[in-house]
Design a binder for this molecule. Structure first.
Ligand SMILES: [Zn+2]
Ligand SMILES: [Zn+2]
Length: 495
């Protein structure tokens, strides 16, 4: 499921989103798992769900997930809610710039710096290609694409006019700066200068996303980018400013040792590389604040989806848990009953069903289900089987499984957990209850150990060993019987 969708919310949605339960900056969490970020929401139920509660069906990827409570279609919150903040991902932006696409792009700029004649037209062409490439990096990163665009993509498709638009934005900025300088006030000039520096990233982001000059120059649209990020926008600006300065710092450091003819291509290469890093960062910031910006974007890595059978199983478990947490236990039972009809031998479903029946005190139903669940659990999960048996004993003090092997397995597990009374009660009269059981000798040897080692009752232990000798003279366990008898002898002497 690498499906990626990018859709624009209606402005009214955005407004209601912002006026709703939270400001865009707050992370929403799963209503049922406080540590999990929410990825889906149901407005009528006023419930948000994390991936924890909303499994996806890989066999029907177009089916929108349904609310566990009202079965209405859930609304996707976008990956933004679970996205890592951009300032925690700084190394990944530098790594992004080291992919083949950006490196080839930077190398191309270096070559242009080395060989291109001083022709205005040729350089305009280079800048046009560069602007298009930078903008495609912002666009790709805003959709959480980890693969940088190829160099070839800078020469094909649409978007060459972006350069003209970007140039127009810079011209307007210079114009404003010019006017400020014209007033003769140094203070005003620096104020305007700083203001433009701060506004520029938001304007570039707008142009990259909307491709409209009007949007890039609109104070409202640019302001929306800034207000969506809030004070974190300043962090972005600080990082961008440092990155912007980096090529010139490096070039300055190299200036002493390198001839001019080498310096220009080096500077051009660094400009290309750091430019890509900056654009990747700006793009990711858009991804992180997509909801506030009015976009909904799914993470490229996406949420795990499961084949139909596994999906139904997970959905039943998740829905039942939601119902339980809502206190709607009957509905939870219904969900699990249906799921168990599809997958009667699923351990997790059975376990949940058992716990629910036990918790509800549905004695008869719980005991009936135990006849199926105990053999299953004793095969697949010893701790769950032990818990189930102890629960059964709470409902019915003399509860006994009606399967000899289950009794023996549970007895061994209970002995290990130092519950000899419960263990021995399972083995009592096993040869009468299950005359055809082929492992009576093995079970009684276990019982003899239980009496001797856990209860210090040597008499019953001896009787059981005697019984094995008489009934099963051919048993392969006689060696162990003799060893235990020897131990009993020693214990009796010291006693
Ligand atoms: Zn959850
Ligand atoms: Zn709902």
């Amino acid at each position: 499921m690498r499906a990626l969708f990018f859709c624009l919310l209606k402005p009214s949605d955005l407004m209601s989103w912002r006026a709703g339960r939270c400001t865009p900056m707050d992370k929403i969490h799963c209503h049922y798992h406080a540590a999990q970020p929410a990825t889906w929401t149901c407005r009528p139920c006023a419930r948000s769900y994390g991936d924890c509660c909303v499994p996806l069906n890989a066999d029907a990827p177009d089916d929108a997930p349904k609310c566990a409570l009202c079965a209405g279609t859930l609304e996707f919150l976008g990956a933004a809610n679970s996205a890592q903040p951009f300032w925690e991902r700084i190394p990944s932006f530098f790594a992004y710039g080291l992919q083949s696409g950006p490196l080839a792009f930077a190398a191309l700029l270096a070559l242009a710096g080395l060989f291109l004649p001083r022709s205005l037209l040729l350089w305009l062409l280079v800048f046009s290609v560069a602007t298009k490439y930078f903008h495609s990096v912002i666009e790709g990163s805003s959709q959480a694409e980890r693969q940088a665009p190829s160099l070839l993509s800078a020469f094909t498709g649409e978007g060459f006019t972006l350069f003209i638009k970007q140039l127009a934005v810079f011209m307007v900025a210079f114009g404003v700066l010019w006017l400020a300088a014209d007033t003769g006030s140094r203070g005003l000039f620096w104020l305007v200068n700083l203001g433009l520096l701060l506004v520029m990233p938001a304007s570039i982001i707008r142009l990259a996303l909307d491709k409209q000059l009007g949007a890039a120059l609109s104070p409202e649209q640019v302001g929306q980018v800034i207000s969506a990020m809030g004070w974190r926008y300043l962090i972005l600006c600080a990082f961008l400013f440092m990155l912007w300065q980096s090529p010139s710092w490096v070039t300055m450091m190299l200036a002493g040792g390198l001839p001019r003819v080498v310096l220009l291509p080096v500077a051009a290469f660094l400009f290309g590389y750091f430019g890509v890093v900056m654009c990747a960062m700006m793009g990711y910031a858009v991804f992180q604040y997509q909801a506030a910006l009015g976009y909904v974007i799914a993470d490229e890595e996406g949420q795990a989806a499961y084949p139909a059978a596994e999906f139904l199983r997970r959905k039943a478990l998740a829905d039942a848990q939601v119902r339980i947490k809502e206190g709607q236990l009957e509905q939870a039972l219904e969900i699990l009953t249906l799921a168990l009809q599809r997958a009667p031998d699923d351990l997790a479903l059975n376990e949940r069903f058992h716990q629910l029946l036990y918790g509800l005190g549905a004695r008869e139903r719980c005991l009936r289900h135990l006849a199926h669940y105990l053999p299953l659990a004793s095969r697949l999960s010893e701790p769950q089987a032990v818990t189930a048996l102890l629960n059964a004993r709470q409902l019915q003090a003399d509860y006994l499984p009606d399967d000899a092997l289950v009794c023996e397995r549970l007895a061994a597990a209970l002995l290990q957990r130092h519950k000899p009374r419960e263990a021995l009660s399972l083995l009592r009269n096993l040869h009468r209850r299950f005359p055809d059981y082929p492992h009576i000798a093995r079970a009684y040897l276990l019982a003899a150990r239980g009496f001797a080692e856990y209860l210090g009752e040597l008499g019953p232990a001896r009787q059981l060993l005697q019984f094995i000798r008489q009934r099963y003279p051919q048993s392969s366990l006689l060696g162990e019987v003799a060893a235990l008898e020897a131990t009993l002898d020693r214990l009796e002497k010291t006693a």
